[in-house]
Design a binder for this molecule. Structure first.
Ligand SMILES: C[S@@+](CC[C@H](N)C(=O)[O-])C[C@H]1O[C@@H](n2cnc3c(N)ncnc32)[C@H](O)[C@@H]1O
Length: 355
């Protein structure tokens, strides 16, 4: 019970490891991460026998920026008999809590393609075995613990579980979103994913609904604006580039060819600020602080582009800088940040002004 496994984007294992080690240390959980570059996962091993459990209970999954999903490891499966992997897994079934779902997972990316296809096939008989033994409910329940079997190859892996109230609700932490064929750019999926990761359904209904006003800094060709228009909002789109004509035809968008760093909002009652300008992250963080301090928006979603090196340090510094600027100005707020599935060399941040 001293280990947790964290999924991350392949190539970001070091950031994921540094982050869990820091956050664990804040809870006085000390240990070390095991990192294999480009594997898409990290194991954090605590020195105390119950450290995995302590982390799952006391550390909020939402605090983790670089982890897409996580679970507590209960057993390490080594050199499973490839003729009978079911028995190798079920040997440990008494360790598992009664669960509502089973996820057989692996890393993400081309290297894992055939292993992931095996994971999907293997899920069917393993689920059957777990249902017969009573570990798994007969029907899926999304409010119960989830069993994770993470395979590193066809004979080795980790078995454990996550809590439904403190983990990602998605298989491998990835929400599969459909690209809308009429959207002007693929980056539209990034904002769609951000809404769904950062806001509950109820919060989306309350905070991002029809009739609201929004500003999009660095808007062209309009993939992010598209998501706001789709939600019935009216958007000031700021960019020197060209906006997609289909968006302009909706009558919900006004385009201004000006510098996003100098622009001041035309309307005073903007609910949203979104920003996807490719700029230095500390500059973007300062700009976001300025909008909140001036009372120009209530909610913001923006990207922080990551540097080549020191990515975790930069993220921590920018988020601290933003939070402390808002605190000093007396702006009550909540900040969430995630390296989303649709993010590459950037993270996405959500800031909400508290009443
Ligand atoms: C990654 S693209 C935005 C894509 C857009 N979110 C979408 O989904 O279609 C970045 C945009 O930021 C714009 N940009 C960069 N610096 C800017 C600035 N200082 N002021 C306004 N726009 C800027 C660029 O012209 C570019 O169109």
């Amino acid at each position: 019970m001293n280990k947790v496994l964290l999924h991350c984007r392949p190539g970001f294992e070091k950031e994921c490891a540094a982050e869990i080690q820091d956050l664990a240390a804040e809870l006085e959980v000390f240990g070390f991460p095991r990192v294999i570059n480009n594997s898409g996962f990290v194991i954090f091993e605590g020195y105390g026998p119950e450290d995995g459990r302590i982390l799952m209970e006391q550390l909020s999954f939402n605090q983790l920026v670089f982890a897409r999903s996580w679970f507590m490891v209960l057993a390490e499966l080594k050199d499973m008999d490839t003729e009978d992997r079911i028995s190798a897994v079920m040997e440990h079934s008494e360790l598992l809590p009664k669960a509502g779902m089973l996820w057989v997972e692996s890393g993400e990316g081309d290297e894992y393609r055939s292993l992931l296809s095996f994971c999907r096939k293997f899920t069917v008989p393993l689920r059957q075995a777990m249902r017969s033994s009573g570990v798994l409910t007969k029907k899926e329940h999304d409010k119960m613990p989830r069993i994770h079997l993470f395979l590193t190859d066809s004979g080795n892996g980790y078995l454990g579980y996550s809590r439904s109230d403190n983990g990602s609700p998605f298989y491998m932490g990835i929400e599969r979103l459909k690209f809308p064929s009429d959207a002007p750019s693929r980056s539209t999926l990034k904002l769609d994913e951000a809404f769904s990761v950062f806001l509950t359904k109820e919060e989306q209904e309350e905070r991002a609904h029809s009739g609201m006003k929004a500003v999009d800094l660095g808007a062209c060709p309009g993939g992010w604006t598209y998501q706001l228009v789709r939600r019935g909002m009216f958007v000031e789109a700021i960019d020197n580039g060209e906006m997609a004509p289909s968006l302009m035809e909706t009558g919900q968008v006004k385009h201004y060819s000006v510098d996003g760093f100098k622009h001041e909002p035309i309307h005073t009652n903007n609910r949203w600020l979104i920003c996807d300008m490719v700029e230095k992250p500390d500059r973007v963080a300062s700009l976001m602080a300025r909008w909140f301090i001036n009372g120009w928006c209530h909610d913001a979603i923006f990207n922080l582009k990551l540097p080549m090196k020191q990515r975790y340090t930069m993220v921590s510094d920018c988020l601290n800088q933003l939070s402390s600027a808002l605190r000093h100005a007396g702006v009550r707020h909540e900040i969430k940040a995630k390296h989303l599935y649709h993010d590459r060399e950037e993270i996405t941040v959500y800031v909400h002004r508290r009443k």
